[in-house]
Design a protein around this ligand. Sequence first.
Ligand SMILES: O=P(O)(O)OC[C@H]1O[C@](O)(CO)[C@@H](O)[C@@H]1O
Length: 540
Amino acid sequence: MPSITSSPQWNALQDHYASIKDVHLRDFFREDESRGRQMTIEAAGLYLDYSKNRINRQTLDLLINLADSQGLPGKIEAMFTGEKINLTENRAVLHTALRAPKEMSLVVDGVDVVPEVHAVLEKMSAFSQRVRSGAWKGHTGKPIKNIVNIGIGGSDLGPVMAYEALKHFSDRNLTVRFVSNVDATDFAEATQDLDPTETLFIVASKTFTTIETMTNAETAREWLLRSVGGDQSATAKHFVALSTNAEKVSAFGIDTDNMFEFWDWVGGRYSMDSAIGLSTMLAIGPEGFSEMLAGFHEMDQHFRTAPARKNLPVVMALLSVWYSNFFGVETCAVLPYEQYLKRFPAYLQQLTMESNGKYVTVAGEKVDYETGLIYWGEPGTNGQHSFYQLIHQGTRLIPCDFIAFAKSLNPIGSHQDILIANVLAQSEALAFGKTADEVRSEGTEDWLVPHRVFEGNRPSNTLFGESMSPSMLGKLVALYEHSVYVQSVIWDLDAFDQWGVELGKVLAKNIIPELDADGGELNHDSSTNALIERYRKMKA
Ligand SMILES: O=P(O)(O)OC[C@H]1O[C@](O)(CO)[C@@H](O)[C@@H]1O
C-alpha cells in the first residue's frame, strides 16, 4: 500500500505548512480579530479554545481532508458498532459500550453486550453499597475501612487518577490505596499502617497473569493470613477480583462470586469505567459512578455525531498530527490547572503512548512518518516554577493542553482567581511573547535584552469547564480516548494492541532464576552477564 505521505492530501498539507510555518501568532491575531472567538468549540460542557495554534482557517480543512482520506467517519462508526478494529488481536473495541445507557443495544458476535455491562454494574453497586454501609464484614466481623487496589498499567493508572480526581466526592471514612510496582516498597508503604482485618484487596488484572500484580496479590494474601492465624477462609472476605479470566481468578483462590467481570473488547488503558473502576465506585458511590459514565457517554455521542470541524476529539487529534508530522514536534505537555487532576498526565501517558507508540501500520508496513507524541505534564502552577522555562525560551516547540475550571471545589479567598489568571497568562505569554523593543522600552540594558525576550509563537489549547465532577472526568477521559483513536486512524495504526511491552516481560522471566548465586551459566550479551554477576555478588 502506498504510504499516506505520498497522498495528495499529505502533499497539500506540506505545501500549506511551507506557506504558514513562519507566520507568527501575533500576525494571525492581528489579521483576524474574531479569531479568539471563532476558533473555539463548545460541546458536552467543555469549551476548547484552539485559536492559539499555528494554523489558519484553511489548515483544519486540509487536515480534515487527510483524515477523510484515511476513512475517519467510517472508522468512527466501525468502533461504535463493534467491528473488530483491533486487528492484531482480532477484537472489537467497545469501551464506549461500558457507558451505554441501559436501553441501548449493541450486538457483538451474536451477544448484546449492553445488558451484560449493566449486570456487572449492578453487581458492583450492590457490593459497593455493602462495603460502604459496613454490611460487608471482614473475617473477624469488622467492617471494611481500607481498600487496596492491586493492579498495574490500565488496572492502576485509571483508578488512581480517578480516585485523586474525585476525592472531593469520596467517602472520607474509607482509606483507599493503590499498589502497582513489584518493588516491595510499594506494598509495604501502602499497608504499613493498615489493619488487615479491616482491609479489602481488589486484585485488578484483565489477564490475571501480570507478574507484578500476581506477586503483590500473593504478598497481600500472606499478610492477611498472618494476621488471622493462617485461616485460609479469610481470603473470601478480604479479596475480590476484577478480571476477564475467571479460571485464573479461581486458581488464585478468589471465589468467582467475588469477581467482577469485563471483556476482551475492553483494552486495559480504556478500562477505568469497567469493573476496573470498582475502587472508584467504592470511593464515590454508585450514583457518582453513574454520573461519571453519563459524562463519558455524552462525549461519546458528541464524537460520534458532530461534524469534524466542531468535534472536540477530532480537532484536538488533527492538531496533534499537524504538529507531529509537519512541525516535527515530539512532545505535548498536558497542564491541568486543577489540583484534583494531578495524576491526569500520568494516566494519559499510557493512554496515548501505549496506543500510538507504534512503527508499523495495521498492515505491518514500516511507517515513513512520525507517530505517537510523547505526553507529559504536571499540574499548574507547579510546572511554571519548574519546566515552563524550556517551554517559553527553549529551542523545542512544545504544544500545551491547558485544562482549567471556573469553579474550585475548595473556594478559599482569591486562590481561584490567582490560579486562573496564571493559566491565562501562560497561554498568552506563550503565544505572543515579548519583543526586544518591548523589553528595551522597559529600560533593560542592551546586553540583557536577548535573555529577556520571549519569541512567542508557541501553541496551546485551552480546555475550560465549569468545575471538576464525576461527569466532567468522564467527558475529559473520553475526549482524550477518542482523540487518540483519531490520530491512530490517520497514522494507520492499531491503537488497541501493545506488543511492544511483551519482550521485556519474557526476558525478565528468564532472568529471575539466573539472579540466584547458583543460577547457572549466563548466556546473555557481555553487558547483561556482567550486571547479573555484579547483582549476585552485591546481594549476597
Ligand atoms: O490488567 P493486566 O492484564 O494485569 O495488564 C496490566 C497492563 O499490562 C499491559 O498489558 C502492558 O504491560 C497493559 O496494557 C495493561 O494495562
